[in-house]
Design a protein around this ligand. Structure first.
Ligand code: AP5
Length: 216
């Protein structure tokens, strides 16, 4: 068996990005985040970025075709991966299934109220990309990253109205994937309210147990 093909599911703010970064460090698996790729396209002002921005700013999903064209090549190249934010619709899940099977889909569960609290206080380092939280894990120096002293910023879609919209979009368009992966026998669930280190420990245990040859 080759390297693991992992999908992280869960509402906005469940901790997918936080966990994916830590799993990538521990396992060497490639972390592919459609949200990070899109934000990079937006900041570079590319054509894709300009098109995507209108949907992202409203809290809507970017059309499936733009997303699958953007990510499929990266997935095909990767020898094992952690998908964070993809697939997001049944159409995207089918497109993924045509490129590669998924070994394990982990749903990080978090309630709507917790999502709103967490995302309103999320901060991201402009330099190293580290994710933190001004309420739950405040930085040692206000506005600066604990890791590299870079400037912390707030995402433009992390405002209460857009956060609520993103949660509703998640419930309507992405939550059905939970059943899809359950039916495929690949679904595992983890309580997203556990401390980040404990969520990571549980994910690592699932990955190791799921792996008969003990390779990631
Ligand atoms: P994307 O960037 O994917 O956003 P999201 O799914 O809304 O997820 P988030 O990044 O908001 O949350 P997360 O689960 O990664 O949480 P995090 O680890 O940061 O997408 C943004 C937009 O791009 C979409 O709205 C859409 O427009 C577009 N898009 C992207 N992919 C697409 C696709 N496939 N199809 C179509 N459109 C697409 O943590 C959140 C906060 O909680 C942080 O402050 C963190 O420090 C804290 N935290 C994390 N874990 C814990 C814990 N265990 N306990 C306490 N606090 C914690």
């Amino acid at each position: 068996m080759g390297r693991k093909r992992l999908v992280l599911l869960g509402p906005p703010g469940a901790g997918k990005g936080t966990q994916a970064k830590m799993i990538a460090v521990k396992t060497g698996l490639v972390h592919l985040s459609t949200g990070d790729i899109l934000r990079d396209e937006v900041s570079r002002g590319s054509q894709l970025g300009q098109e995507a921005k209108q949907w992202m700013d409203r809290g809507d999903l970017v059309p499936d075709k733009l997303i699958t064209d953007m990510i499929e090549g990266e997935i095909s190249k990767a020898d094992g991966f952690i998908l964070d934010g993809f697939p997001r619709t049944i159409t995207q899940a089918k497109a993924l299934g045509e490129v590669t099977p998924v070994d394990i889909a982990i749903n990080i569960v978090l309630s709507r109220d917790d999502v709103i609290k967490r995302l309103s206080s999320r901060r991201t380092c402009r330099d190293c990309g580290r994710i933190c939280n001004s309420l739950f894990s405040p930085p040692q120096v206000d506005g600066r990253c604990d890791m590299c002293d870079g400037e912390l910023s707030q995402r433009s879609d992390d405002h209460p109205g857009v956060i609520r919209k993103r949660f509703d979009v998640y419930t309507r368009q992405t939550a059905p994937l939970i059943d899809l992966y359950r039916r495929q026998g690949t679904l595992q669930e983890i309580d997203g309210n556990l401390p980040p280190e404990e969520v990571l420990e549980r994910i690592m245990a699932l990955l190791v147990n799921d792996c008969s040859e003990n390779s990631y």
